[in-house]
Design a protein around this ligand. Structure first.
Ligand SMILES: *Cc1c(COP(=O)(O)O)cnc(C)c1O
Length: 371
C-alpha cells in the first residue's frame, strides 16, 4: 500500500498521464485479486468504503430500482445492523419488510424463505456467516429459491469471505458484500459483487461515473491495493487456516467443557459454523464482569458494530436464549495470529476468572439456557 500514499499518488481516474495509468493498473490488479478470491469476474467487483456501504447499496439500491415491480423485502433476525437498519429505513418509507426467524443454532430455513416470497417481493437479504455466533447459512439453497421466483438475492459475506469457500459465479447470489478488514486488510474499504446488469441496484451517490456509475467518487488507491493483497493471501491459505482454527476451536471448547461440564454452553450451530468463532455462555456468570476481569484477552459480548446498541444481543435473542443466558454469553475470536499456546493460556485465564466470579456469589444455579 505504501507507494500509493506518496510516490505513486496518481488518481486512477486520470486517463491522460502515466501517474493515472499507474494507479489504474494497481486498482486493476486488486480487482482481479478480489474477484479471484470470490470466484467473481473482475468487472463484477465494485469497490466501496466497506461492507456497511455495500449492504446499503445492495438493499436500498435494489429496493429503489425495483419499486415499480413490488415493495416487499425479506431479511432475517440475526443480520448485521448494517443490513437491519437499511431495512428499517425502508419500512419507514412504506416498504413491507418480512424478518425471518432462525432455528436454535441461528440458521435460516430455505423453505421459510420460499414461503415468505410473494408476487410483490423484489429482494431477499441473508448473510453467509454470522458475526456474533459464526453460524453459516445454506446460501446456495436460499439463492435457489429466490431464482425460482425471480427475486434478487443479496448476501452479506463480510464474515465468510476468505474463511470458507465462496464462488460467486456458481452460487445463485446476485449481490455479495465483503469487507477488507475482516480479512486482515485495511479498514475503510470493501466491495459489492454485482452479478450483472439485470440485478443492478440504483446508486446511492451521484457524481462521476466511477465503478460503472454504481459508486462515484475518487478511488482510495492505497486501501484498494491493500484489500487486493489481503484477499489474495486469505484465499491462498484458506483451507489450511480453516483446519488449524477448527483444531484450536475444538481444543479451547474441550478445555472449557471438561472443566465446567454443563455449566458452559455453546451458542450457534455446532457443525455449520465459522472455524474461528466461539460464542459461549457460562451459566450464571455475568459475561461483562468476566470480560472486564480479562482485559488481556480480546473478548466481547455482542458485536463491535452494535456496541451502540443497548440491551442484550439481538442475535442471541433470535436463538431463543433467555435474558440470563444472553447476559452470561461472550464471544471469543480466533485468528491468524492465535497460537495453540494462546488458546491454552486463554482457557486457563477464563477458568480462573469464572471460578473467582463464582466464588463472589455471582453464580446461581441456573436452569437450561433456552426458554
Ligand atoms: C463487519 C461486518 C459488516 C460491516 O463491515 P464494515 O466494512 O466494517 O462496514 C457487515 N456485516 C458483517 C456480517 C460484518 O461482520
Amino acid at each position: 500500500m505504501l507507494p500509493y500514499f506518496s510516490g505513486d499518488f496518481g488518481n486512477a481516474a486520470s486517463s491522460t498521464h502515466v501517474y493515472g495509468w499507474r494507479a489504474a493498473a494497481a486498482v486493476d490488479i486488486a480487482r482481479e485479486q478480489v474477484g479471484a478470491a470470490l470466484g467473481a469476474h473482475p468487472d463484477q467487483v465494485i469497490f466501496t468504503s466497506g461492507a456497511t456501504e455495500s449492504n446499503n447499496l445492495a438493499i436500498v439500491g435494489t429496493a429503489r430500482a425495483r419499486s415499480r415491480r413490488g415493495r416487499h423485502l425479506i431479511t432475517a433476525a440475526t443480520e448485521h445492523p448494517s443490513v437491519l437498519d437499511p431495512f428499517r429505513a425502508l419500512a419507514k418509507q412504506g416498504y413491507e419488510i418480512t424478518v425471518l426467524p432462525v432455528d436454535a443454532g441461528g440458521r435460516i430455513d430455505p423453505q421459510q424463505v420460499a414461503a415468505a416470497i410473494t408476487d410483490a417481493t423484489t429482494l431477499v437479504s441473508v448473510m453467509a456467516a454470522n458475526n456474533e455466533i459464526g453460524t453459516l447459512n445454506p446460501i446456495a439453497e436460499i439463492g435457489g429459491r429466490c431464482r425460482e421466483r425471480g427475486v434478487v438475492f443479496h448476501c452479506d459475506a463480510a464474515q465468510a469471505a476468505g474463511k470458507v469457500p465462496l464462488d460467486f459465479t456458481s452460487l445463485p447470489v446476485d449481490l455479495l458484500s465483503v469487507s477488507a478488514h475482516k480479512c486482515y486488510g485495511p479498514k475503510g474499504v470493501g466491495a459489492l459483487c454485482v452479478a450483472g446488469r439485470r440485478v443492478r441496484p440504483e446508486p446511492l451517490f451521484h457524481g462521476g461515473g466511477h465503478e460503472g456509475g454504481l459508486r462515484p467518487g475518487t478511488l482510495p488507491v492505497p486501501q484498494i491495493v491493500g484489500m487486493g493483497r489481503a484477499f489474495e493471501i486469505a484465499d491462498r491459505g484458506r483451507d489450511e487456516e480453516a483446519r488449524r482454527l477448527l483444531r484450536l476451536h475444538g481444543r479451547l471448547w474441550a478445555r472449557l467443557h471438561d472443566a465446567l461440564g454443563e455449566a458452559v454452553f455453546l451458542n450457534g450451530d455446532a457443525e455449520e459454523r465459522l472455524p474461528g468463532n466461539l460464542n459461549v455462555g457460562f451459566r450464571g456468570v455475568d459475561a461483562d464482569a468476566l470480560i472486564t476481569a480479562l482485559p488481556d484477552l480480546a473478548l466481547s459480548s455482542g458485536s463491535a458494530c452494535a456496541s451502540a446498541e443497548p440491551g442484550p444481543s439481538h442475535v442471541l435473542k433470535a436463538l431463543g436464549l433467555r435474558d440470563d443466558a444472553i447476559r452470561s454469553s461472550l464471544r471469543i475470536g480466533l485468528g491468524r495470529d492465535t497460537s495453540e499456546a494462546d488458546v491454552d493460556r486463554a482457557g486457563v485465564r477464563i477458568l480462573e476468572e469464572v471460578a473467582k466470579v463464582s466464588e463472589r456469589g455471582v453464580v446461581a444455579p441456573q436452569p437450561a439456557p433456552r426458554a
